[in-house]
Design a binder for this molecule. Structure first.
Ligand code: SF4
Ligand code: ZN
Length: 421
């Protein structure tokens, strides 16, 4: 039997209206993490028999034991969830929601995630009677309420004992984080038999449909394949729907009849053919919230990638905004596509056109951000060391001539590849 939890036992307001609230130093009563103390948060799936629903336990001192203000304590938030439909893959999705749940509390601020979590409790909240157990009450209620399809039982344990926090971080949190990262990295498009469609952005781009695969996340950067899978499970008739990976017509271009059929259905016939791995032939459409835009730079025989935050001109002769106005809106624009940052280090990026070796220019910040994965992929695909060093950026050149000069100086592979157009 599912019980909807609507009333939350806490002496302060709980609402999304408090989300943007900051707790300044002067107004702060207690603080956890933020480089001052150790703090981590973890949602883990356990067996139904191991959870006592609604149990909230504090191990270590509560905030009313303070001898000076601000009271700084280490913190471990361990949330055990169990349910017949719960899957380990949902853990990170639930865990990321903690950020929102905790910020809904009036007088509480949450920043970060995992073991860089940082929480502040304000003086006013403390005076109204807010204590650690109320953190647990909110987390409990929200987990049961928002994830009722998968969470049948939930218990929250809050540790503030320094030794215990350190020990648990080592023993349970780190191993979990590491195995999750491995799981995500090991997921390839080949290793699954289902992709997901997402139509969340149709309200402002009616013909747009994202196809989310393990190696190609949604272009907003916020919907990974695991997220889409969890979304479907949590809300069966919601924005994400499974697409069977059937009817492969071209492995290199990434064409599946089922994918095209789904896109045609959801876009109501506006888009009928999609190649998941090509920028030139039937590329995926873009709504408007892409993290990056990739566009061809014919004279360099490659592509330029620019992220939303970059305001200056790119070697295509256009800024991000100008590129966005021709790429977005849910139409297919061969030669241009919106995508998430994480897609850049993928083996499926421009797979049909020769892969990441086509990337000739990126803003420096973006280049640094994706360097580790991109370099690893370049090493695996082409045996090139430190590939990002061959990619030009705005500190080197933004004009055609300057970019080309840099590319030939570095021996960039795109110059030797077959013509992109
Ligand atoms: Fe969904 Fe993100 Fe694509 Fe929008 S951009 S349809 S939210 S995956
Ligand atoms: Zn969008």
């Amino acid at each position: 039997i599912k019980i909807k939890v609507t009333k939350i036992d806490a002496p302060v307001g709980i609402s999304s209206a408090f989300e943007g609230e900051r707790i300044r130093k002067a107004d702060m009563y207690a603080e956890f993490g933020g480089n001052k103390t150790k703090a981590f948060e973890l949602v883990r799936m356990v067996d139904l028999s191991e959870v006592e629903d609604h149990k909230i336990e504090i191990i270590g001192p509560d905030i009313d034991t303070a001898d000076s203000i601000p009271y700084r304590l280490p913190l471990a938030l361990v949330i055990d969830v169990a349910g017949k439909l719960m899957q380990e893959d949902f853990e990170p999705v639930l865990e990321r929601r903690l950020h929102y749940f905790l910020n809904y509390i009036e007088g509480v601020m949450h920043v970060g995630q995992r073991n860089i979590s940082w929480i502040r409790i304000g003086k006013e909240a403390y005076e109204k009677g807010f204590r650690l157990k109320h953190l647990g009450e909110v987390i409990y209620a929200k987990m049961r309420d928002e994830f009722d399809t998968v969470v049948d039982k939930c218990q929250v344990t809050i540790y503030t004992d320094a030794q215990k926090v350190a020990e648990l971080e080592e023993k349970i949190a780190f191993p979990k984080y590491v195995s999750r990262d491995r799981r995500l990295a090991s997921l390839t498009d080949e290793s699954v038999d289902t992709f997901y469609s997402c139509k969340l952005c149709q309200s402002f781009a009616p013909a747009h449909v994202c196809i989310v695969t393990p190696e190609r996340l949604g272009l907003c950067g916020a919907v990974s394949w695991l997220d889409a899978k969890a979304t479907k499970e949590l809300d069966p008739h919601g924005s994400a729907q499974p697409v069977p990976k059937e009817g492969c017509l071209d492995e290199k271009k990434g064409i599946w009849t089922e994918v095209s059929k789904t896109v045609a259905e959801i876009s109501q016939g506006a888009v009928t053919n999609v190649s998941l791995y090509s920028i030139l032939e039937d590329p995926m459409t873009s709504c408007g919230c892409f993290e990056c835009i990739c566009g061809i730079m014919p004279e360099a025989n490659g592509v330029v990638i620019v992220n939303r935050e970059f305001g200056e001109i790119t070697p295509t002769g256009m800024t991000f905004g100008e590129l966005a106005s021709m790429t977005g809106g849910g139409v297919q624009t061969p030669g241009f596509m919106g995508h998430g940052r994480h897609f850049i280090g993928s083996k499926k990026f421009l797979y049909s056109e020769g892969g990441i070796a086509r990337i000739v220019w990126m803003p420096k910040e973006l280049k640094n951000d994706v360097a580790e994965r991109l370099n690893k992929t370049a090493k695996e695909l082409y045996d090139i060391d430190n590939f990002t060093d061959m990619i030009c950026d705005e500190t080197i050149a933004t004009d055609s001539e300057g970019v080309l000069e840099y590319l030939s100086e570095k021996g960039h592979p795109a110059l030797e590849m077959e013509s992109i157009i």
